[in-house]
Design a protein around this ligand. Structure first.
Ligand code: EPU
Length: 337
């Protein structure tokens, strides 16, 4: 077991924030992970997956564990469905492409989402009308306390909008080591009604889309709207879309006729935080090395060399301004460390 010292975490977070971990280890199988967790002389531990949903604001003075467990395998199949297990360290988009190569359907709308398979269930990643939970079968996770391996079924995970048990009761207690999905082998159900997918397919000249076409359309839309973290550091949506009462929504409509919303229930609607932030004047604003993306106001960016603290302060200024103008509290989606 090789524990390194004073390692920069810049390559391990998609925001590209340069902070150090006092101790660092990368593990490539369950046994190594269990052995590391048994070490009693490192009480503080930070688990790194794809690093796509975190903002690091200071050096970490404990042991950072990079979960790099690779492997994809078919568990069961019949003529209609297949269950596929992907280990936690697989890159999410790489896994989506692997499924498309095998013509397995269900996660094509989740193309190009940054991060790894093992962290995808934590926030129940979602895009273009599909969420991870729709194809999720189960996941395996190691207990940080006693290193036992536990299987979580779909209902155990308590999935919600960008939410799961791993952000609540199980937070900080488990490390997901693999995720199993149930995918279709034929008669794929396509989800093309959301947003711009239909018009993108039209532009592509596709009349009867395949799952591969849907993936290509999603990739084209995302590439236009969202910055590539390899080029400009970012963590995708920084905030969740807030759910507000229909009463507040109606009051806001008096002043802002064009305010978009998605119905949640008879008494609640969800409002796109990107719209609120744009109306608050932040879209495309650049403060030296960091700012708000020009094509999607939900995304905060690091142009290079930004400090996590600066981005955190900007996010707080955005929250305050949105609260003042709309009386809506927007909550960070990323984990702030
Ligand atoms: N909008 C603006 N200005 C902006 C951005 C958005 O006015 O700068 C308004 C527009 O009215 C647009 C609406 O917001 O019609 C919705 O925008 P978009 O379709 O881009 O979706 P979103 O609600 O802003 C969510 C997810 C994204 C996901 C897209 C597509 C959250 C927090 N974000 O964004 O997820 O890709 O839908 O499904 O739910 C992520 O989680 O990292 C992420 C990128």
């Amino acid at each position: 077991m090789h524990i390194e010292q004073n390692i920069s975490l810049k390559p391990y977070n998609t925001f590209g924030i340069d902070v150090n971990a006092k101790y660092f280890i990368s593990v490539s199988n369950n046994k190594e992970l269990k052995d590391v967790l048994k070490l009693s002389n490192y009480p503080k531990k930070l688990i790194l997956g794809g690093g796509s949903n975190m903002l690091l604001t200071k050096d970490f003075d404990g042991l950072a564990i990079h979960v790099n467990i690779k492997g994809i395998s078919v568990i069961t199949e019949n003529s209609d469905y297949v269950t596929v297990k992907a280990n936690a360290g697989e890159n999410w988009h790489g896994f989506v492409l692997w499924c498309l190569d095998h013509d397995y359907g269900g996660i094509e709308n989740l193309s190009l989402i940054p991060g790894n398979v093992g962290t995808a269930p934590i926030q129940n990643i979602g895009a273009y009308g599909v969420e991870l939970k729709d194809t999720f079968e189960s996941c395996k996770a190691i207990s940080i306390d006693n290193q036992s391996l536990k299987t979580f079924s779909k209902s155990d995970c308590e999935f919600g909008y960008r939410n799961s048990i791993f952000k609540n009761d199980a937070k900080g207690k488990f490390i997901i080591t693999s995720v199993t999905f149930k995918l279709s082998k034929r008669n794929h159900t396509l989800h093309t009604n959301y947003g711009a997918i239909t018009s993108e397919l039209d532009t592509m000249g596709v009349r009867t889309p395949t799952i591969q076409d849907v993936s290509k359309a999603v990739i084209a839309i995302r590439e236009r709207k969202l910055p590539n973290p390899k080029v400009i550091g970012n963590s995708g949506s920084f905030f969740k879309n807030p759910v507000i009462s229909t009463t507040l929504f109606k009051t806001l409509q008096d002043n802002f006729e064009d305010i978009p919303s998605y119905p949640i229930s008879e008494t609640e609607v969800k409002v796109p935080a990107g719209w609120l932030i744009e109306k608050s004047g932040f879209k495309g604003k650049r403060f030296d090395s960091y700012g708000v993306h020009k094509n999607q106001a939900l995304v905060l960016v690091n142009y290079g060399g930004a400090k996590g603290e600066d981005i955190l302060k900007l996010s707080q200024l955005i929250q305050k301004t949105v609260k003042r103008l709309f009386n809506i509290s927007i909550e960070a989606e990323v984990n702030i460390l």
